[in-house]
Ligand binder design. Structure first.
Ligand code: ATP
Ligand code: F6P
Ligand code: MG
Length: 319
């Protein structure tokens, strides 16, 4: 392959820029031409594409967001949209595309691969909810943002002897909630993967209060939601004043951590190696710390286990 494209799609994630940089520079170092596609699959449909060089990606490794912008593109789910995208690729001579995004973006990448444009997916989402990989680009940065915010909430909870109910992102996955809960010493973590009972949460708050505990953090995963109602309910059940905070999109921004920059660089390099060898319809992932790749359909059919051991550890030591 001599000409490839790169795009970002779905929700953005810190480290996407580091991945774009790695793709562009690896491709150029291998004598390939590389084109940036703006706003996900929209750019492919509308021909919003430009040739990149080594300097196009200068000084972006430390920046959050994505230089190529991102979008959700309903038209790409139609045959007409896919044919328009294919036509853009054929006109430009693009033989392969690196798609940085989540599971939806990978479905689109599989559809385009089936139509002759070989795509390689890189997992870019803060949620870490992609089954074929232990790690997704953006996860570490988002969790560190949550930890920084919850530490601030802890300060004011401490001053007022309160409970802070903090809702964190993760769509239908509780990985961010569980890990940040452990890291912030949360009394309870509520995740969509496991059943919960607010009577149990209240009971634990009251029991630990008896031993001298004066302030409380309860982490609620986005998939559970209703954090305002949860705060009110816990206040009514315990008599401890509670406030809800929904952290929201602040979790999607910011300068990527070392881990996100390094993993994004490794995965970007790996994706170009696949395309260089005319291998497409693959998703790049990490297994036991090593970068590996899977057939897209196989990757999409996998199920990600939830770390119940860590949940148990969290409950045991937050007393
Ligand atoms: N089944 C599908 N077939 C073809 N294209 C799809 C399909 N699902 C999603 N896409 C394309 O991928 C884009 C991104 O998908 P989606 O909005 O699900 O985000 P994602 O990649 O899963 O990322 P995240 O969940 O992290 O935000 C969609 O807007 C659409 O263009
Ligand atoms: O960009 P939007 O549409 O607000 O998406 C928010 C969703 O995207 C994510 O940030 C990443 O998948 C989820 O955690 C969240 O549910
Ligand atoms: Mg998704």
């Amino acid at each position: 392959m001599k000409k490839i494209g790169v795009l970002t799609s779905g929700g953005d994630a810190p480290g996407m820029n580091a991945a774009i940089r790695a793709v562009v520079r690896t491709a150029i170092s291998k004598g390939m031409q590389v084109f940036g596609i703006n706003r996900g699959y929209n750019g492919l449909i509308n021909g919003d594409v430009y040739e990149m060089n080594t300097r196009s990606v200068s000084s972006i490794i430390q920046r959050g967001g994505t230089l190529l912008y991102t979008a959700r593109c309903p038209e790409f789910r139609t045959e007409e949209g896919l044919q328009k995208a294919k036509k853009t690729c054929e006109e430009l001579g693009l033989e392969g595309i690196v798609v940085i995004g989540g599971d939806g973006s990978f479905r689109g990448a599989a559809d385009l691969s089936e139509r002759g444009i070989l795509c390689v997916g890189l997992p870019g989402t803060i949620d870490n909810d992609i089954a074929c990989t232990e790690y997704t680009i953006g996860y570490d940065t988002a969790m560190n943002t949550v930890v920084e915010m919850v530490d601030k909430l802890r300060d004011t909870c401490h001053s007022h002897d309160r409970c802070s109910v903090v809702e964190v992102m993760g769509r239908n996955a509780g990985h961010i909630a569980l890990n940040t809960g452990v890291a912030c010493g949360a009394t309870f973590v509520l995740v969509p993967e496991l059943p919960y009972d607010l009577d149990e949460v209240a009971k634990k708050m009251l029991e630990t209060k008896k031993t001298g505990k004066q302030n409380f953090i309860v982490i609620v995963a986005e998939g559970i939601g209703h954090s305002e109602l949860i705060a009110k309910t816990l206040e009514a059940k315990t008599g401890i004043e509670a406030r809800a905070t929904i952290l929201g999109h602040v979790q999607r921004g910011g300068s990527p951590t070392l881990r996100d920059r390094v993993v994004a660089s490794e995965m970007g390099y790996y994706a170009v190696e696949l395309l260089e060898n005319d291998i497409g319809n693959r998703v790049v992932g990490m297994q036991q710390g090593k970068i590996v790749d899977f057939d897209i359909q196989e990757a999409l059919s996998m199920k990600k286990p939830f770390d119940e051991k860590l949940y148990q550890i969290s409950n045991t030591i937050s007393i």
